[in-house]
Design a protein around this ligand. Structure first.
Ligand SMILES: [Zn+2]
Length: 121
């Protein structure tokens, strides 16, 4: 048994190919899956969860209402990004208020917007 990475359907192992069910498997999907990496995706999520939150606390004088109001959404977004939620990635990018990141992550996300990894149901 296996779960299709694209549609989430459970099929027998005989019907699975490259982690996809027989309905989702196409040469195009497989080539995209193999060529495009998600290293920055995970690094970006972990940076937000670790350094992002540390900076928030450091710049705003430790744990207080303001830092929690920033750190809690940051943490939720970070976890959602680690779950390959593309909307969380987009929101976190916008909220970074960093034009350089808007460009870098904007292009990065655009290239992955229809990727099966970020379109699981
Ligand atoms: Zn499928």
């Amino acid at each position: 048994m296996g779960t299709c990475e694209k549609c989430g359907e459970v099929s027998s192992s005989f019907e699975m190919r490259d982690g996809l069910c027989k309905y989702c498997w196409t040469p195009e999907v497989v080539s995209v899956k193999q060529e495009i990496g998600f290293i920055w995706w995970e690094v970006w999520a972990w940076l937000g969860l670790t350094l992002g939150n540390l900076f928030t606390f450091a710049l705003n004088g430790g744990v207080n209402m303001i830092t929690l109001a920033v750190a809690i959404p940051t943490t939720i977004l970070g976890i959602l990004i680690l779950k390959y939620n593309k909307y969380a990635f987009l929101i976190a990018t916008i909220l970074s208020l960093n034009p350089l990141l808007w460009i870098i992550n904007g292009i990065y996300l655009k290239n992955r917007w229809n990727h099966p990894n970020v379109n699981k149901k």
